[in-house]
Design a protein around this ligand. Structure first.
Ligand SMILES: [Zn+2]
Length: 95
């Protein structure tokens, strides 16, 4: 790969990361607390293929449910265990 190609690829990756960050529905500290909460509840109670812990946390913390759930779903978080496995991973890689 030529170095100019490598630069282009690097820039593209940075841009993707910026876009990913811009789409975060809440501050990193807020998302961190969401993922911690859901992860510890899935660890102790398991996932029943719903977003019960996610939605509980969202309503208790008065976060905008629609935008948070849409963002999670867009990154593979369609139930609590997927939130931990997929959406949290997406957030970790781009935060
Ligand atoms: Zn699940």
């Amino acid at each position: 790969m030529k170095s100019s190609d490598r630069d282009l690829k690097k820039n593209w990756k940075l841009q993707q990361r910026e876009l990913a960050r811009a789409a975060f529905p809440a501050a990193n500290s807020v998302l961190e607390s969401l993922f911690d909460f859901v992860e510890s509840n899935v660890d102790s109670h398991g996932c029943n293929h719903s977003l019960r812990f996610t939605t509980r946390w969202v309503s208790e913390h008065e976060q905008p449910e629609k935008s948070v759930l849409e963002w999670l779903a867009a990154h593979g978080g369609n139930c609590d265990c997927e939130v931990v496995a997929n959406a949290a991973n997406h957030w970790e890689q781009n935060r």
